[in-house]
Design a protein around this ligand. Structure first.
Ligand code: NAD
Ligand code: ZN
Length: 352
């Protein structure tokens, strides 16, 4: 699959064996490997072909996804003789992707990099689209830019060791993308889940489905000025849910509930049918159950939405489906009617 980007076209390549992956990475000249420490421990053969001074293990934590973490990687590159002709191989989930992309973009004003996603979320979603951001102070993803890799190389074998929560989290983003793709794509997703559940050795067609839905949207609007905003479906509410649960709830699970709440709001506004609501809700309730430690109330959920960086003044941009399963940006006044609907949702549906 090729992705057109302002930085040029890049390929998402799929390799099926460990040796194909090593051949592909081993063929890259003057490469430095920036690797998720946990992945490095689970798959030591990945770093084996590289000289030790060309491999840096990085903790996949939000604390490391900061300017300080980026500086540590850049210092490592500088101290080990990287030049403007070197390239990075970045292997790990979304955290490593953000740190690695940031470094590749600024080191000597930019060096090429190849991204090897190792989580379901990064394989099915974040590996394309060119978004990169690191955290600033108490807030996530505040500093960033758009930057594409030279190539994305996917080896689904990494998924075998993923935690159950990270699997469900990845599936949450796939659920979202399937609905963005329209009723038929969602039906495909649903049939797959009914048949295979979240069996990780069956997930590849769902990774492709997600990327196929995302590709034309980011190609049309890479810089998030128009249609790409619809990819935030489930995120306004999802981020609020993450925030009120102190990030107890993994991102993709929060997105699945954010999708459900967005659909509930759409139904309350007469934009979405009862049958369509129930169909998606059943999947969310059955497959994406969460057990937040804190009681969730509508007031704090709406309050957290107001703090979202996408909220402008007293309105928040929600992404809601219409009856044709097209997603639209619908600005809503915070408080009042919206709070009433959210309150109804929180009362009627236990989020656990
Ligand atoms: N740049 C983007 O477009 C974009 C999009 C979405 C999310 N993100 C960012 O990505 C981050 C979340 O990324 P994520 O969910 O991919 O996970 P992650 O990078 O936070 O990794 C999750 C956990 O899985 C472990 N892990 C990674 N690969 C593994 C494997 N193969 N086997 C076992 N464990 C493995 C990691 O060590 C970590 O503990 C957030 O910081 C988010 O802001 C970025
Ligand atoms: Zn997301």
């Amino acid at each position: 699959m090729n992705i057109q980007s302002a930085d040029g076209t890049y390929a998402v390549e799929f390799v099926s064996t460990q040796s194909q992956l090593l051949d592909r990475l081993g063929g890259l000249n003057d490469a430095f490997l920036i690797l998720d420490r946990h992945v490095g421990e689970l798959y030591p053969w990945l770093a084996a072909p590289f000289p030790a001074d060309r491999v840096l293990l990085v903790d996949a934590t939000e604390d490391e996804k900061t300017l300080a973490g980026v500086e540590r990687v850049c210092l490592f590159l500088q101290q080990n003789g990287a030049s403007r002709k070197s390239r990075l191989i970045v292997a790990g989930g979304g955290i490593l992707q953000d740190i690695g992309t940031f470094c590749a973009h600024i080191f000597y004003r930019g060096i090429p990099y190849v991204y090897v996603p190792t989580t379901l979320l990064s394989m099915a979603d974040s590996c394309i689209g060119a978004k990169c951001a690191v955290n600033l102070g108490a807030y996530k993803n505040q500093l960033g830019f758009f930057q594409s890799p030279e190539a994305v190389v996917q080896w689904p074998g990494f998924l075998a060791t993923l935690d159950a929560d990270d699997v469900r989290s990845g599936y949450g983003e796939i659920l979202k993308l399937s609905i963005v793709g329209g009723k038929d794509r969602f039906a495909e997703f649903r049939a797959h889940i009914d048949r295979h559940g979240f069996a990780i050795d069956r997930v590849e067609p769902m990774i492709r489905l997600a990327l196929e839905v995302k590709k034309p949207i980011i190609e049309e609007d890479e810089f998030d000025r128009g249609v790409r905003k619809t990819l935030n479906y489930g995120h306004t509410f999802g981020h609020a849910l993450e925030s009120v649960t102190d990030h107890e709830v993994p991102h993709g699970l929060a997105v699945a509930w954010g999708v459900d709440l967005a659909n509930f709001v759409a139904r309350s506004l007469g934009r979405w049918s009862d049958a369509d609501f129930d169909e998606v809700h059943d999947i969310v309730a059955q497959r994406f159950a969460i057990a937040p430690v804190k009681q969730i109330d509508a007031l704090s959920l709406v309050g957290a939405m107001a703090k979202d960086k996408k909220a402008a003044g007293s309105t928040v941009q929600t992404i809601l489906p219409n009856r044709d399963w097209k997603l639209e940006v619908v600005p809503q006044q915070l408080g009042g009617a919206l709070e009433h609907i959210v309150s109804e949702y929180v009362t009627a549906r236990t989020l656990a």
